[in-house]
Write a protein that binds this ligand. Structure first.
Ligand code: DX5
Ligand code: ZN
Length: 217
């Protein structure tokens, strides 16, 4: 069994053809899909919301949807995303004044809960929350745009979490590809988001396989 799961981010794919792009990623061996939701407030960019996810769901039955909610007041979209068929709801610590309540609402809605931090946020804030969630997300770029440079100086956060919380899923997101996945895996990340490196690749299957080989050897 592979030690890391790879979830392509379709942010830099052809969004006018979202379902086919997602299908192309699954056919190329993706383990799950990382879907980036942006509201123009928490980050200076816009993507899509739960109505789009609801249309996507029946076209990709059984595919794990990890919703990366880059939105202010993440509580407000929990029910909509659950109704749309999301599997995991990953929100940002910085976007709410009551992360525990948000986690509780996500769980009550029947989804897995993930919590993420931006590069400027200290990992310590997650300590009292890790046991309440399924996944923690360490951003390795400023959220908002695909195709940015990987911040290797975020790896101590991943290492810290892995040292203190053996069983939690740790996801990294931003600038991860064949050149950088090794750092993530060595630090202890086991859920790898990769956007441009995979969707812009001439051969996404080979790129993901190559990334797996790097990690497994
Ligand atoms: C950035 C998004 C990421 C991003 C990943 O705000 O959360 O998921 O699209 O894309 P790459 O791998 O190109 O940095
Ligand atoms: Zn993301």
């Amino acid at each position: 069994t592979p030690s890391c799961k790879i979830g392509p981010s379709i942010l830099n794919a052809d969004l006018s053809d979202l379902a086919s792009e997602c299908q192309r990623m699954m056919d190329s061996g993706a383990d799950y899909l990382h879907l980036d939701v942006m509201d123009g407030q928490f980050v200076p960019n816009l993507t899509f919301g739960h109505p789009v996810v609801k249309c996507l769901r029946p076209k990709l039955p059984g595919v794990f949807f990890d919703m990366h909610m880059m939105v202010q007041n993440p509580e407000q979209w929990i029910d909509g995303m659950h109704d749309a068929g999301a599997d995991q709801y990953t929100f940002h610590y910085e976007a709410t004044n009551d992360p525990k309540k948000c986690i509780r609402k996500i769980r009550e809605a029947g989804m897995k809960a993930g919590i993420g931090i931006k590069p400027d946020t200290a990992v310590d804030v997650l300590v009292p929350l890790v046991d309440l969630v399924d996944m923690v997300l360490i951003m390795t770029v400023e959220p908002g745009f695909g195709g940015q440079k990987f911040m290797q100086n975020m790896m101590p956060k991943v290492q810290f979490l892995r040292d203190h919380f053996k069983g939690v899923d740790i996801e990294v997101d931003g600038g991860v590809g064949p050149e950088t996945i090794q750092h993530c895996a060595e630090a202890g990340a086991n859920m790898i988001v990769s956007g441009s490196a995979v969707v812009k690749s001439d051969n996404p299957r080979e790129t993901m396989q190559h990334m797996r080989n790097i990690v497994d050897n």
